[in-house]
Design a protein around this ligand. Structure first.
Ligand code: PAF
Length: 278
């Protein structure tokens, strides 16, 4: 497995693969990998003969008040996990390589990024789309795999690819959960045992919501109310609970087609997100 740190070197490697008729799938990550990421690697392997995992903690998607400095890192373990899943290369640039200091161009999505996480994190998705565009330019992939836990992120990247004609097919993988239902996330590491126990209320509330819908409940407000209550009774501070159209991400009042229930909530200082499709 190659570890590549320079953009030019990554591009040269990707061009070589392409010239030889190879297909490249990239799995963009911020490292501290877990089974959720590895499930994306497995999907990548089904589509391409060369899998690249990018590991870069992207500063431009963190607000000054957020957890950039304490974002968990374990590059050695990440490498071991990637080796064990037969990843071909890790692209691991440093900050100076990605943002040499005089950058002044951003990729900004102006509709899907306004709601949900964008409401409390107004500069977050600008950082995500910019870095993902840069990672695509570095790794020149045919396919890029993203997790559905970051549902809004995946929708925005799909829109970026469509609107800017990136020759990349976006594929998403389902949310991967711990055996007790907690959605896997690098941020789970911040939770104390007590907070982790209480944070299970998110996935439990989403499952209860699904049951209500299966029993015929269609009023979004009632379902949202139930989720809010369950999370706050467990000591969580809800950032948002919304039922949205699966494509436009617009909030729905009534559920009468494919919808997504999306949640963001704090347990202690840790902000968790989760969602289910209904
Ligand atoms: O989902 C993530 O880990 C990040 O937002 C991404 C897509 C790697 C961009 O930094």
């Amino acid at each position: 497995m190659k570890i590549i740190r320079k953009i030019r070197e990554m591009q040269a490697e990707a061009e070589k693969i392409r010239i030889n008729g190879g297909k490249i799938a990239v799995v963009p990550t911020m490292g501290f990998l877990h089974e959720g990421h590895m499930s994306l690697v497995d999907i990548a392997k089904k589509h391409a003969d060369h899998v690249i995992v990018t590991i870069f903690v992207n500063p431009t998607q963190f607000a000054p008040t957020e957890d950039l400095d304490k974002y968990p890192k374990d590059f050695k373990r990440d490498c071991e996990l990637c080796e064990s899943r037969k990843v071909d290369a890790i692209f691991n640039p440093d900050c100076k390589e990605m943002y040499p200091g005089d950058s002044s161009v951003w990729v900004v999505e102006e509709r899907l990024s306004k709601g949900l996480c964008g409401r409390t994190r107004p500069t977050h998705f600008r950082g995500v789309t910019t870095v993902v565009a840069k990672l695509f330019n570095a790794t020149l992939p045919h396919f890029a795999i993203f997790g559905e836990k970051d549902y809004q992120q995946a929708a925005i990247i799909r829109k970026m690819v469509r609107d800017l004609d990136f020759p990349v097919k976006i594929i998403t993988g389902p949310v991967v959960r711990e055996s007790d239902g907690l959605a896997m996330s690098s941020r789970n590491k911040y939770l104390s045992p007590d907070e982790r126990e209480k944070a299970l209320s998110i996935s439990k509330a989403l499952q209860e919501a699904r049951q209500k819908i299966l029993r015929g409940e269609r009023t979004a407000g009632k379902i949202i109310g139930g989720i809010n209550l369950r999370i706050s009774q467990n000591g969580g501070r809800v950032d948002y609970v919304e039922i949205i159209d699966s494509e436009t991400l617009e909030p729905l009042k009534k559920i009468d087609g494919k919808a997504v229930i999306a949640v963001a909530a704090f347990f202690g200082t840790t902000r968790l997100i989760d969602n289910i499709s209904v």
